[in-house]
Ligand binder design. Sequence first.
Ligand SMILES: *Cc1c(COP(=O)(O)O)cnc(C)c1O
Length: 359
Amino acid sequence: MPLKVHPDIASLSPYVPGKPVEELERELGIAKAIKLASNENPLGPSPKAVSVLDHAARTLHRYPDGGAHALRAALAQRFKVTPDHVILGNGSDELIGLLARTFLAPGDEAVMASQTFVIYKMEVTAAHGVPVVVPMQDWRHDLPAMARAITNRTKLLFVCNPNNPTGTMVTAPDVEALMAHVPDHTVVVFDEAYYEYVRDQEFPDSLRYVNQNRPVITLRTFSKIYGLAGLRIGYGITTPEMTDYLNRIRPPFNANSMAQAAALAALDDEHHLRASRSLNETERPLVEDGLRRLGLRPVPSQTNFLFFNVGRDGREVFDALLREGVIVRHIEGPMIRVTIGLPEENRRFLAALTSILGR
Ligand SMILES: *Cc1c(COP(=O)(O)O)cnc(C)c1O
């Protein structure tokens, strides 16, 4: 007997994560593959975070603090809100799922950009909602068009800023204009996973809308610049009313104890944060230059990755790079995304791409 699965679930395809280095090495029988596929921090985890793990391991027989009091208090202090504005997730991915299940009744709509974080569509569909996909303009969110796409069934609107996979951002005035049009029945989700990398002065302060008690949530994560992707911890900052609803369906121990301890330590690791940002700011222009020398035009990025058109089947270029031991991300058609790595990794990526495109 075939399983009876709701067509919304059957319509999904499993998320394809970046291939782990060890797997590729085994497949190719090579020793030194590099992964530039998942926007991880090439410097590794915050050393301060690693240093608290031994101690945290001693209480692994206990359930975590389900209220994550210490970490929520630290985040609240950092962002000048009270702890009831803060909710933790098993990665910010989990919070996207909680938002979908909290706000979407079957058939309700969620507005999102056409080339954005793939988890939105997955979670909205899994919650039996309807993704309403708005084309981007020059690889940027078209916020006026997204505002026009709002109907009385629109319960969520996702603004991934800066956007993954394109690396582009929308500005404070862009967002201000959007917020002037958003009705009270639509929750705006600002997904700011790459917030710590942004340098542009025009980047919007989304917490301003939280403080105005608007229905918005700002999502951030310890997976990217803090280098803790393997521990799975992210957070949302939103109104106490919203955290109260999200907490009703949040699994009580979703943020594990090692992750809570490491995140708390990482928050204070200014040195690691600065070194990570600085590496990215030195290396990204070099990778951009290398791509330009190949006649490619990477999209200007506010993040630790670059998005570019290889002018031919991107899947083939992706596969050819794999055979050279370089793991990047094929997005769609001719579009590839590459994470900024260590200097030698970036050189290797450019050398491999040069040889592949020269063939
Ligand atoms: C990486 C990423 C996340 C979150 O990751 P978690 O590891 O689940 O915290 C969220 N949004 C975007 C756009 C990302 O790129």
